[in-house]
Structures are given as structure tokens and as C-alpha cells.
Design a protein around this ligand. Structure first.
Ligand code: UDP
Length: 462
């Protein structure tokens, strides 16, 4: 790997896909890069840029990072929460806007031109802009290496008759890529969670594009580590694992950075008043939504658990609307529950009062929870989250599944029962602490992610 340095000093342009679970980890990586004295320009879409600025707290500072924005090509009334609509628009418009931006930056910064573009794998086609502008094309993978290994295997799986050309599983009941990588069942491929074939096909095509990007990029920086995903990492030639990416590892920044919502920090002082290891932290990330019926069951399950809980209820959690609670629920749990719209998640998970993470198993949440040694109750919602659940429950053995009933609902009884099981399972707690050690070792000096990152920085500076 040799990084082309065009100006005298390196300058990285970091471009995330415009979604919370993509912006946050790339911001953490950017902060690590900036901490090494390298200038970073972070490019959000205008819509996301406005959200990030509005949610930023006063003491939050991204030192050495310039936040900027480009249009997303959509009209004001278009649905920006729809990943397909936004992706279709970005494919059309982003290369042009980015080229203009890089030209402007290079014109204004004679001795600090853009020397490297780090593009989220979901918009990896912008690496063409990097090549055109003489900058180093680097991709960023905010998801598990296992998912990427699966994507790289797609041509072989099609050839072997495991998948048809639309990504549907043909003969076998499982796809197995080797030891220490949980196999995928029919509905667990990151594109096959939906029974709607059209949705499946669109997701599958995104994966094929990611496969091309992985070949095109000089390097694939990933929010994972050799310790956590050694087998999967071995299947990806250009992977450079630098995770877990945590803001707590960024010495000059305790702020999350890149949050779309204002973090309600009152939950931290609430946690201070709860017994050690007692609290269920309930959060489903930024995208998952539920039916009102399902939310009722969850509320009752938490209530019947008898334990303190901190629940992140986004204002759109009930199918896009504010949640309604069972009659009298809030009064009954008032002395042991805290409900917030958005939490400082890393700090919550690091708090000694938290004893369980009821999670949708998004990859960022997975990395954060395991790095803090918190046992999981898994409730995956879509895409790669089903496979992340398999990692958590079957390989690392740091959590339990919440199983749906015949109508697809997680009943209050199931929720209450699994909470009790998790809190009384000592081996899961022990495993969680072991995985935590392993994960944090990788970012300690002499750890694999630490060294990979150092190598990357040295090449940037060459
Ligand atoms: N997050 C947060 N506060 C919350 C809920 C989530 O800061 O109340 C952060 C969380 O720490 C993670 C990100 O939002 O970094 C969500 O990413 P993830 O991959 O877990 O899920 P997604 O939102 O992509 O489904």
C-alpha cells in the first residue's frame, strides 16, 4: 500500500452513507485520524449536516475535522428515510458534487490537497472520484467482516448453485464460510430478510456494488478486529480492521460526534442512582420501527421483569409515530424506569449500573455492547442484524435470543422470561467479560487494530 501524497500535507476526505449507523462510526474513525495531526474534511449531505449541527452539544468538539456538506439531489418533499430513494439519487448526483468540492478544496489549499478519500462501502462508487482526482481510494466498512466475506463469495455461491442470480438461496439450507463464522440460514443473508422479492433484489444489487468497491479500493478500513472476527477477516484480501471504533478511545473527545438527535444526558445521572449491574438498557438504533401492538408487549415485558430499565423511544418508533403505552404503564414503572428519545449510548453501556442490552444487534451497537462487556438480549430487525445475533448467541455466547411467537410478536411473557434467564446466567456474563478483554486488547498499544491503524497513518503521512 502506498498512499499518493499530492500536496505537501495529507488531507483526508471522509464520506459516509447518510444514515446514523454509518455517520457515527466514520466520525469516530475520522477523529482518530485527526488526532494524529492529519486534516480531515467530513462530507455529509446537507440534510444530515443540519441534523448533526442541531444535535451537537456545546462541549462537543471534533478537533481537526472540517464538517461540510453537499446536496443529496432530492427535492424537499422526498422521503430521505427511504434508503432506496436516497441511494438512487446519490448515484446520480454525488460524483458531480464531490468532484466540485474536491476541486474547490484543492484550489484553496495548494499545500494540503485531498490525498485520500475514505468512502463508506455503501457509496463505494464515489471512489471513481478519488481516482479521477489523484487521491487514494479507501473504502470504509461499518459492518461485520463476515457480511463482507459473504458478499465477496457471491460469485462462487452463484456458480455452485447455492444462490440464484437474484440472491435467493437455492438448494442448501445453510451457507457456511468456515469455522468461527456462524452459518447463514435462508432468511439471514443481509439482503434476504424481506419476503418482498423486489426489496430483496435491490438489497442484493447494493451488495454486488459493494463487492466491486472492495476490489476497486486500495484498502478496506473496518470497524472490527482480528481478535473478534479472525476467520472472516482472513477471507477479505484488503481488509484493515481498526475497530472497535469507540469515542471513549479518542483521547481528546468524549463526545459521540455525528449524532442525529440530541443526547439526553439526564439518563446518566439516573443510572448513577441504580444498583450495579441491575438495569436493562433497551435501544433499537436509528431505523427499527414496531407496531403499536408490539410496543405494548415490550412495555409490559419490561414492567413484569420487575427490574429498572432505560428505554430509548425515538419519536417515530411506533411505525413512524410516537409510541403509546399501556394504560397506567408510566405511573406504575415511574420509580424504576427512564424513557429518553436518544441516549449517549456508549456512556450508557459503559455505566456500571447496566446489566443487559436489549438490542436490535446493529453492528455499531454490537461492537459497543461487547466492548463494554454487557450481555445481550437480541431482537434483530433487518439486514445484517440476524447474522450479528448469531455471532452474539452462538459464537461468542454473550447473549440470548428473544423468539417471536407464531404471529411474529415477541410476547411480554417471552421478554420477561428471557430477561430473568439472562440475569441469572453466569456463564454469559463471564463470556461477556472475556470478549470485552479481547476486543479492547485489539485497540491497546501493540494490539492488532492499533497497529493496523498506525500503519495506515504512516502511509498517509508518507
Ligand atoms: N445510538 C445512540 N443513542 C441511542 C441509540 C443509538 O447514540 O439512543 C447510536 C449507537 O451508539 C450506534 C448508532 O447509534 O453507534 C446506531 O448504529 P447501529 O449500527 O447499532 O444501528 P442502526 O441505527 O444502524 O440500525
Amino acid at each position: 500500500m502506498a498512499m499518493a501524497v499530492i500536496g505537501k500535507r495529507p488531507h483526508v476526505l471522509a464520506v459516509p452513507f447518510p444514515a446514523q449507523g454509518h455517520v457515527m462510526p466514520l466520525m469516530k474513525l475520522s477523529q482518530k485520524i485527526a488526532n494524529c495531526g492529519i486534516k480531515v474534511t467530513f462530507v455529509n449531505t446537507e440534510y444530515v449536516h443540519a441534523k448533526v449541527l442541531a444535535a451537537k452539544s456545546e462541549d462537543e468538539e471534533q478537533r481537526g475535522i472540517e464538517l461540510t456538506s453537499i446536496p443529496d439531489g432530492l427535492m424537499p418533499e422526498d422521503d430521505r428515510e427511504n434508503a432506496f430513494i436516497i441511494t438512487e439519487s446519490l448515484v446520480r448526483t454525488m460524483p458531480g458534487y464531490l468532484t466540485d468540492l474536491v476541486e474547490k478544496i484543492n484550489w484553496e489549499n495548494e499545500d494540503q490537497k485531498i490525498s485520500c478519500i475514505i468512502a463508506d462501502i455503501a457509496i463505494g462508487w464515489i471512489l471513481d472520484v478519488a481516482k479521477k482526482m489523484g487521491a487514494e481510494p479507501v473504502a470504509f466498512l461499518p459492518a461485520a467482516a463476515a457480511g463482507m466475506a459473504l458478499i465477496l463469495h457471491i460469485p462462487k455461491l452463484i456458480e455452485a448453485g447455492n444462490l440464484d442470480i437474484n440472491g435467493s438461496m437455492m438448494q442448501s439450507e445453510l451457507i457456511d464460510l468456515g469455522d468461527e463464522i456462524p452459518p447463514w440460514k435462508r432468511n439471514e443473508l443481509s439482503w434476504s430478510f424481506s419476503s418482498d422479492l423486489k426489496t430483496q433484489k435491490i438489497f442484493f444489487e447494493c451488495c454486488l456494488t459493494a463487492e466491486e468497491t472492495a476490489h476497486q479500493a486500495k484498502l478496506l478500513l473496518s470497524n472490527t478486529s482480528l481478535e473478534i472476527e479472525s476467520s472472516a477477516c482472513k477471507l477479505i484480501p484488503k481488509i484493515c480492521p481498526v475497530g472497535p471504533l469507540l469515542s471513549s478511545n479518542n483521547s481528546n473527545s468524549s463526545a459521540s460526534g455525528g449524532s442525529f438527535w440530541v443526547e439526553d444526558t439526564t439518563c446518566l445521572s439516573w443510572l448513577d442512582n441504580q444498583p450495579v449491574g441491575s438495569v436493562i438498557y433497551v435501544s433499537f438504533g436509528s431505523i427499527a420501527i414496531f407496531t403499536q401492538d408490539q410496543l405494548y408487549e415490550l412495555a409490559l415485558g419490561l414492567e413484569h421483569s420487575g427490574r429498572p430499565f432505560l428505554w430509548v423511544v425515538r419519536s417515530n418508533l411506533a411505525n413512524g409515530s410516537p409510541a403509546e403505552y399501556p394504560n397506567g404503564f408510566q405511573e406504575r414503572v415511574a420509580n424504576r424506569a427512564k424513557i429518553v428519545e436518544w441516549a449517549p449510548q456508549e456512556k450508557v453501556l459503559a455505566h456500571s449500573s447496566v446489566g443487559c442490552f436489549l438490542s436490535h444487534c446493529g453492528w455499531n451497537s454490537t461492537m459497543e455492547g461487547l466492548s463494554m462487556g454487557v450481555p445481550f438480549l437480541c431482537w434483530p430487525y433487518f439486514a445484517d442484524q440476524f447474522h450479528n445475533q448469531n455471532y452474539i448467541c452462538d459464537l461468542w455466547k454473550i447473549g440470548l435470543r428473544l423468539n417471536p411467537d407464531e404471529n411474529g410478536l415477541r410476547s411480554s411473557h417471552e421478554i420477561k422470561t428471557r430477561i430473568a434467564m439472562l440475569f441469572s446466567d453466569h456463564s454469559i456474563k463471564e463470556n461477556s467479560l472475556k470478549v470485552k478483554e479481547m476486543s479492547l486488547e485489539s485497540v491497546n498499544e501493540s494490539g492488532s487494530s492499533f497497529q493496523n491503524f498506525e500503519t495506515f497513518i504512516n502511509h498517509l503521512k508518507k
